[in-house]
Design a protein around this ligand. Sequence first.
Ligand SMILES: [Mn+2]
Length: 301
Amino acid sequence: MLPYVGIPTFARATHHPLDGDWHADAAILGIPFDIALGFRPGARFGPRAIREASLRYAVPPAGLYDWRSGIVRLAGVVLADLGDVDLPSLEPQLAHERITAAARIVRRRARLPLFLGGDHSVTYPLLRAYDDVPGLHVVQLDAHLDFTDVRDATRWSNSSPFRRAVEALPDLRGITTIGLRGLRTDPEAVQEARMRGHALVHADDIPPDDDALAAILPQGSPVYLSIDLDVLDPSVLPGTSSPEVDGLLYRDVMRLVQVVAEQNDIVGVDIVELCPPADPGGGSALVAARLGVECLATILG
Ligand SMILES: [Mn+2]
């Protein structure tokens, strides 16, 4: 079917109501929430824009043929699109409750949840749904640390999801943040993250050697992978709230996902911070959609 025909679900997955009777290998849930942004708004439109763009990468039942390897990716993998969490326009605590409750349902029924933001603050209520996973490790691909305690008198902003997460999840063992850069760094957040033993990797310091890269990533852990699209260079993906120059290429991000998936059990993925109002041509949405499909293919085979 042509990409512009039909009702858009993610990669043409079957739509199911969240509370319906469904089972899937991977399940997609949208979190259209952006009231926690500190800069340009619009990430609330992210899930819909990613779904629309993802029709270009629709996954047929026969899978996606990779001519280089001869492998057919995602063949027979059952995908479910559960739509979006129904959110209040304000009331962040209520929004968090609904996001966590929805994510718990997705986790029970799908091997791999893929959450589409939304601003990065949604990762905190998403991670709360993983509070029963011993030894959980977070791998965060991001230009920014997002470990600030309080920003502009706000504790729940998109600068703080991981700070709130470590407070709420005693079993959250570690956080590895890769792609950091930019001029706006909160010294207290860096100091606190280092004291807790988090791994902080600047965009300039990502090892080109595969063994060296494997060594700085967790191994043998259940991993929640959180991808802030601003980890990508603005030449690749300009359509985000807080772009930072000197970022990663798409192939750099996919290499990271590949290595994380090879040596861990990925239990959830989020892709956040697409800002459609800053993406008038839709090119950033295409990159985000491809990243989502390719994450599923990399993790599920
Ligand atoms: Mn972020």
